[in-house]
Design a protein around this ligand. Structure first.
Ligand SMILES: Cc1cc2nc3c(=O)[nH]c(=O)nc-3n(C[C@H](O)[C@H](O)[C@H](O)COP(=O)(O)OP(=O)(O)OC[C@H]3O[C@@H](n4cnc5c(N)ncnc54)[C@H](O)[C@@H]3O)c2cc1C
Length: 429
């Protein structure tokens, strides 16, 4: 009998637990350890931030869902991993021994890299908001309601070293749509400030026609932009950013006044994971092989934002490659297959496709990209816009939450519909 501990109960961890339960014999124990007692559907946070969703719409209590499936759940953060001894220590002092550890801890939000940035509640300086967690989104919503009484300039974007750009664009367009509905848009000059070398780069070297399409959308929505932006500090109502040229030399210094700002931070690995000798790269992301297995420890696997992926290309201001939801699920499926094979005494063979599908809402329309595989050169590389994306994003939210409620990690129709589109989770062996 084996004990599998899944660390983190987010977009990667929950499906990992369900899929493990489905595939492994009942004699094997599965325990999920999560820093919070609830699951949050992160992609809906931008909607919470403008009041289009309530917290209760996108958050689920984890314990009853997992326990119903015969999966144990402990609502504690892991504070230390003793990988050579196969043991984790939790915040309340409990110790859990494991045979396999699945690390799906997502990002540590690295607000402290830019003085003054980020919510105070997450160790930031308090001058910019984030939508990375539902708590952050609710904090934006609280300030946004005051902002609506006395609107002014809005700065939205992504900090140096960020890897998650889709939600930054998405949020700019959502706020734009919300302000237009309220007939307040004319009082709000908006600037999109990004470390990307050009609009639509997305940390991916662009996808299809993302550059010209997103530039055109920003122009049509009266949103100015600054690319190659190395934001250096934020003070109350002022964001300081250095725009560099293609060689990284200073092109222009900007001091942008704002009434409200949302800047996505750079990500790092969480402390407990980053602290394990040999497990991670210098930013605390888990170094894995082609089978999602930690290079340093044969019984540790990892999926999601916490894995190390090299940047797609060097950029004048640092950017990282995004790890999107479906891509994460492909990693999870590979891990489950490889643990099952290991238990059966067979070598690991399953490789995730890392196919990236992303839907970005724009309020009443939306933009979607498919990058197969995520890292170029690609077999499929398209970026499209339309109202169908807005509707698809709503459907994605309902669908993922219902999947988390039912505990069926890859329902049959997902498997076959996506397969018909050429999108599969595991690479041909
Ligand atoms: C605002 C936003 C919008 C996004 N929108 C989309 C989208 O529309 N489509 C898409 O494909 N992707 C989207 N993404 C990207 C990606 O899908 C999400 O970031 C996703 O949540 C990543 O999943 P994860 O499992 O790696 O991390 P998370 O979902 O963040 O889960 C990590 C979990 O680990 C827990 N944890 C952390 N440390 C510990 C510890 N020490 N012990 C125990 N538990 C711990 C955390 O509490 C959390 O529950 C978005 C990302 C952001 C930030």
């Amino acid at each position: 009998m084996a004990h599998i501990v899944v660390m983190g109960a987010g977009i990667g961890g929950m499906p990992a637990a369900y899929e493990l339960r489905e595939r492994l014999a009942r004699e094997h124990r599965i325990t999920v350890v999560g820093a919070q007692s609830y699951f949050q559907f992160t992609p809906s946070n931008p909607w919470v931030a403008v009041g289009w969703r309530q917290r209760s719409d996108i958050v689920l209590p984890i314990a009853p869902l997992l326990e119903r499936k015969g999966i144990a759940f402990v609502a504690q953060a892991v504070t230390a991993i003793d990988a050579p001894a196969n043991r984790v220590t939790l915040a309340d002092g409990q110790v859990l021994d494991y045979d396999y550890l699945v690390v799906t801890t997502g990002p540590r939000l690295s607000f402290d890299e830019v003085p003054g940035a980020g919510p105070l509640s997450s160790g930031g300086g308090g001058h910019t908001h984030s939508v990375c967690t539902v708590d952050h989104a609710e904090a934006f919503w609280a300030d946004y309601q005051q902002f609506l009484q006395d609107p002014g300039p809005l700065v939205i974007g992504a900090m140096p070293g960020a890897s998650c750009f889709g939600p930054a664009y998405e949020f700019a367009f959502i706020v734009d749509a919300d302000l237009r509905r309220r007939k307040l848009r004319h009082k709000v000059p908006m600037t999109y400030v990004t470390s990307e070398p050009y609009i639509g780069h997305l940390g991916l070297g662009g996808v299809g026609d993302s550059k010209s399409m997103l530039e055109s959308e920003l122009r049509n929505h009266d949103i100015k932009w600054i690319c190659n932006a190395k934001t250096t500090r934020v003070e109350a109502g002022r964001l300081f950013t250095t725009e560099v040229d293609g060689l990284g030399n200073v092109y222009k210094e900007h001091e942008l006044p704002f009434k409200l700002s949302m800047m996505l931070p750079a990500f790092k690995g969480v402390d407990a994971v980053a602290a394990v000798p040999g497990l991670c790269n210098p930013r605390g992301f888990v170094l894995i092989d082609e089978f999602q297995r930690a290079k340093a420890f044969r019984n540790v696997f990892s999926a999601g934002v916490c894995v190390a992926i090299p940047p797609v290309e060097a950029t004048p201001v640092a950017t990282g490659a995004p790890k999107t939801g479906y891509m994460i699920e492909t990693m999870v499926s590979a891990i489950v297959r490889n643990i099952a094979d290991d238990l059966a005494g067979k070598p690991a063979t399953a490789k995730a496709t890392w196919n990236a599908i992303c839907l970005a809402d724009m309020g009443d329309t939306g933009a979607a990209f498919v990058a197969l595989p995520q890292i170029p050169p690609r077999n499929v590389n398209w970026f499209k816009k339309g109202r169908w994306v807005h509707l698809a994003k709503i459907a994605f939210e309902k669908y993922f939450l219902s999947k988390m409620k039912s505990g069926n990690a890859e329902p049959v129709y997902e498997k076959y519909v996506l397969k018909a589109l050429g999108i599969v989770r595991l690479a041909d062996r």
